[in-house]
Design a protein around this ligand. Structure first.
Ligand SMILES: Cc1ncc(COP(=O)(O)O)c(C=O)c1O
Length: 381
């Protein structure tokens, strides 16, 4: 990994803007993209530089990994082709016979992966409602290798007390990974709370513009777990592309600013929806009525740009609202500058556990009044 030159810069916004430094060879202010798949050896067969073959990593990946580790306060990072590739590479670092505990509202891809793949690999998964840590403590009474945490969760925006859950897992000798995709390191810093690994679907807020797939793991320590996961990436091949890494690096530079605006807008939209007669419930941890509000306020510096809400009238009423949206873009995914609206059960498809009347919003950086006006017209019968 490249060393970060500005160790004196400590504040998140500054680190993010300076995620890459001017190229030392050319003076180019934006970083180069190294598309090379293979790297030379000298006549004595030693490698000329730090890299051998792009599936093992390369210069553009390394720039991004250095930036991500620094932003998250970790020791090392690995970048992958998608958020799922990152999560699965971590799980590939476990052994057959290991047991994993996942939250009941984990991102549906993780739930499907547990059902369709982990079981085949001999890894047992237990699903636990971690809103009450007593449930996690009970689940940890039997040996577990890894506790998967996701807060705020997708799509119900459930909150888990990170410090409490991490302490319980540590006591039980389990590794903790926090899927920090909704919050990003701009708003929530799980490694500072003792987590072992954070996961980012960089496809979302880190990239920020709906134009790059990527995933990342940041490790508190460059330890044996890191080595196993790096080996899995190298041999199983889920590495990020250089261009995707470059796009995420570009996204990082505006991450702090975008997250601030996403959170401000989501706060305004959540407040407006909570007042609306056509809305049965709003799931946003920034609302004082959210059951996880106090914990979210403790562990997040702002409440993020994601929210979901339940429409009165059930599935058909929710679908009618999504259909009528004009400014919100009807699409799945999240974390981009434009606001997105989806009927979550439709996006997840067969086997979805999303309530039929649930609409999920990814709040962008438009003017909040325009977003509220669009939702109000969509909710008008
Ligand atoms: C919370 C969360 N984690 C992980 C992922 C997986 O990311 P990707 O789609 O890049 O594989 C997603 C995707 O929506 C997500 O929302």
């Amino acid at each position: 990994m490249a060393t970060y030159p500005h160790n004196a810069l400590v504040r998140f916004e500054t680190i993010a803007v300076h995620a890459t430094e001017p190229d030392s060879q050319t003076g180019a202010v934006a970083p180069p993209i190294h598309l090379a798949t293979t790297f030379t050896r000298a006549s004595d067969l030693s490698l000329t530089g730090d890299f051998q073959y792009a599936r093992e990593g390369g210069p553009t990946h390394a720039l991004l990994e250095t930036a991500l580790a620094r932003l998250d306060g970790g020791d090392a990072a690995l970048v992958f082709a998608s958020g799922m590739a990152a999560g699965l590479a971590l799980l590939e670092g476990l052994a057959s016979g290991d047991r994993v505990i996942v939250p009941d509202d984990a991102y549906y891809g993780i739930r499907v992966a547990s059902r369709d793949f982990l079981a085949k690999w001999g890894i047992a998964t237990d699903v636990v409602d971690m809103g009450d840590l007593a449930n996690l403590e009970r689940a940890l009474a039997r040996p577990a290798r890894l506790v998967w945490l996701e807060t705020p969760s997708n799509p119900l925006l459930k909150i888990v007390d990170l410090a409490g859950a991490i302490a319980l897992a540590k006591k039980a000798g389990a590794i903790t990974v926090v899927d920090n995709t909704f919050a990003t390191p701009a708003l929530q810093r799980p490694l500072d709370l003792g987590a072992d690994v954070t996961l980012q679907a960089s496809t979302k807020y880190l990239g920020g513009h709906s134009d790059v797939m990527g995933g990342a793991l940041v490790f508190a320590r460059r330890d044996a777990l890191f080595d196993r996961v790096e080996h899995a990436r190298h041999i199983l091949g889920a590495v990020a592309s250089p261009f995707a890494s470059w796009l995420v690096l570009r996204g990082l530079r505006t991450l702090a600013l975008r997250m601030e605006r996403h959170a401000q807008n989501a706060t305004a939209v959540a407040a407006a929806l909570a007042q609306h007669a056509g809305v049965a419930a709003v799931h946003y941890p920034g609302l004082a009525s959210h059951p996880g509000h106090a914990i979210a306020a403790k562990q997040m510096s702002a409440f993020g740009g994601m929210l979901s809400f339940r429409v009165r009238g059930g599935r058909d009423a929710a679908i009618a609202v999504v259909s009528k949206a004009k400014l919100f873009v009807r699409a799945t995914s999240l974390g981009c500058v434009e606001s997105l609206i989806e009927h979550r059960a439709t996006s997840e498809g067969a086997g979805s556990t999303a309530p039929p009347e649930l609409i999920r919003l990814s709040i962008g950086i438009e003017h909040p009044d325009d977003l509220i006006a669009d939702l109000e017209q969509a909710l008008t019968k």
